[in-house]
Write a protein that binds this ligand. Sequence first.
Ligand code: T4K
Length: 380
Amino acid sequence: MHVQNQPYFAEPLHVGRPNIGSPERFHALIDEVLHRRWLSNDGPMLKELEARVADWIGVKHVFAVSNGTVAMEIAIRALGLTGEVIVPSWTFVATVHALRWMGLTPVFADIDPETHNIDPRDVRRRITSRTSGILAVHLWGRAAPVDELSAISEEFGLPVLYDAAHSFGVSAGGRMVGNFGRAEVFSFHATKFFNTLEGGAIVTNDDDLAARIRLMRNFGFAGEDSVVSEGINGKMHEVSAAMGLVNFDHIDEIITRNKSNRDRYAAGVESLQGISLLPLAAGEKSNYQYVVLEVSESAPVSRDELLKALRDNNVLARRYFWPSVHRMEPYRTESPDAGRTLPNTEAVSERVVVLPTGTAVDAPEIDAIVEIMAQALSRA
Ligand code: T4K
């Protein structure tokens, strides 16, 4: 029973609470790994995971790696990107940091406020003689405008790399994400709907690129004593791969649960003035991983007031991705006026709240979260 003046929830409700398929099965697989004494470096669990991912999204090459950021860094290097790369500022900082870490100059493009994805018209405006590629993000589990970006890619000869960290299991035009651009990278971080504890993958249908990625993930080794390229340690170990296999067995259940959570939130917020859920792409597959709420100017409370009401009740909703990357260091100091040419990014970043979902959140909790928001609105 809720005691007045106490948070509604005694324990915090987090965004990004991990989904864990079956702890018992995971323990059994860890035992297998330990008994086999094969802990990393192309082990059997990793191979099985890569095969399942390839089969699930219908892509030719899958390289499971230690995390999504390293996945991007390897893909950036394997694509040979140099100079400037066009990227949205409305994303998790890792997207942009990966470019910068590889010595490249991120050039921010604005987004479409209806989808939160990169705006291809603005991408065109940002192309210069120094541009070597486009790093687009399928944000929130909604595919970026792949057809328009593909047209730009062909017209200007620029490779497109997709940060698909949010979009494992998502489709665009009926095709699974993982099959667009020259390569795509996934994150399988603990907070993603499908996790390998930490982890990620680079996927591509390009054989030559795949050969370079394979080498680069493992220090450039082509054989026991033969190093034929530069490389890094990007390998996923067997315990992470085991977690992936366990979660794969439950992936449909997790998506179904995410969908029913989202549907419940959608029905609940329908009557709340000025508050809505970011729409999904009609007719496409989604993982329903993020419940993205937008608080418009017509709402009786501001985004931050709503967030405070939630947090006062132990609902640890997030302002992802506030502040936008161009307002974070080192980008802010380097280009203090970048926001002037990113009006949609600036506006969207002021109105978003991401709500808890996943298998750790149930229907009565969602009803209570909606009620907390309704009360915050009615008090205003
Ligand atoms: N591109 C995009 C578009 C991304 O969103 C990400 C990662 C990447 C690239 C890079 O992929 P990775 O290199 O990470 O594989 C979290 C995640 O650490 C990050 O992976 C994710 N995006 C981002 C959206 O969220 P933070 O800084 O918000 O993490 P933190 O520690 O605040 O945790 C988030 C929430 O999850 C908290 O409420 C606590 C909860 N949580 C977290 C963990 C790790 C749990 O309940 N249990 C846990 O085990 O970045």
